[in-house]
Write a protein that binds this ligand. Structure first.
Ligand code: ZN
Ligand code: FE
Length: 260
């Protein structure tokens, strides 16, 4: 099994999961880079997985379906270019000899799903679209902060060695914000240096390792005392006020939205 991140637009990755002469693509916002990769490596497209309805994730679906006949899987509660097989939490299907499990991860959009391959060779693989990024998370556009927090909690509960295939290369800018939230997090400093070195060579920072994200991603660390204290300080909460998890998450997300 090979995982290839095809760059598209300014900072998207279209993930190509390859096994022998077959491939699956995730969130093809553009068909061209996918068609080129298929031709170059002599691959047949077995399926198209879609996490949510945004144009930078579905823009190439129609062209790819027509060019390859690949079956499309997409979120049951979203309107994506059909026909597609509607999937939701708990659904499982087999692709390229692997079981794929669907997780509902609403928040960025109302019906956003993620695809988890638990028994992928070497280590599990997660395709999470715009829900979890390395060092950050997606903006909460259609869902609520409570939904987004629950979605991130569900992803955080996956095995530590899960390879997280995010749909955007936002890592360095996310880490700049993370360093303001947790200036004393040494794992964050080490990881930032690592990612800076990768980007300096023009390499992707992804897939990220879930176990690393748990150590460095403030949006997975909203119960950590350092993150809570930083959020409280930023928002001017009274020190003694017991603050619930959703308020901490929502305040952190808003802080990031406003961060320059
Ligand atoms: Zn999106
Ligand atoms: Fe996106």
């Amino acid at each position: 099994m090979k995982l290839i991140s095809l760059p598209a637009f300014a900072d998207n990755y279209l993930w190509l999961w390859q096994q022998d002469s077959q491939a699956v693509v995730v969130d093809p916002g553009d068909a061209q880079p996918v068609l080129e990769a298929l031709a170059r490596d002599g691959l047949t497209l077995a399926a198209i997985l879609v996490t949510h309805h945004h144009a930078d994730h579905v823009g190439g679906v129609d062209v790819l379906r027509r060019a390859t006949g690949a079956r499309v899987f997409g979120p049951a509660r979203e309107d994506i270019p059909g026909p597609f097989t509607a999937v939701m939490e708990g659904d499982q299907f087999t692709l390229l000899g692997q079981q794929v499990r669907v997780l509902d991860v609403p928040g960025h959009t109302a019906g956003h799903v993620a695809y988890f391959v638990a028994d992928a060779p070497e280590s599990p693989v997660l395709f999470c679209g715009d829900t979890l990024f390395s060092g950050g998370c997606g903006r909460v556009f259609e869902g609520t902060p409570a939904q987004m927090l629950a979605s991130l909690d569900a992803l955080a509960a996956l095995p530590n060695n899960t390879r997280v295939c995010c749909a955007h290369e936002y890592t360095l800018s996310n880490l700049r914000f993370a360093a303001v939230v947790e200036p004393r997090n040494s794992a964050l400093q080490t990881y930032t240096a690592h990612c800076q070195a990768l980007r300096a060579q023009g390499l992707p920072t992804l897939p990220a390792l879930l176990g690393t994200e748990l150590q460095i991603n403030p949006f997975l660390r909203t119960r950590h005392p350092d993150v809570r204290q930083a959020v409280a300080h930023h928002a001017g909460f009274a020190q003694a006020t017991p603050t619930d998890d959703v308020t901490v998450f929502a305040t952190l997300r808003q802080w990031k939205n406003d961060f320059k």
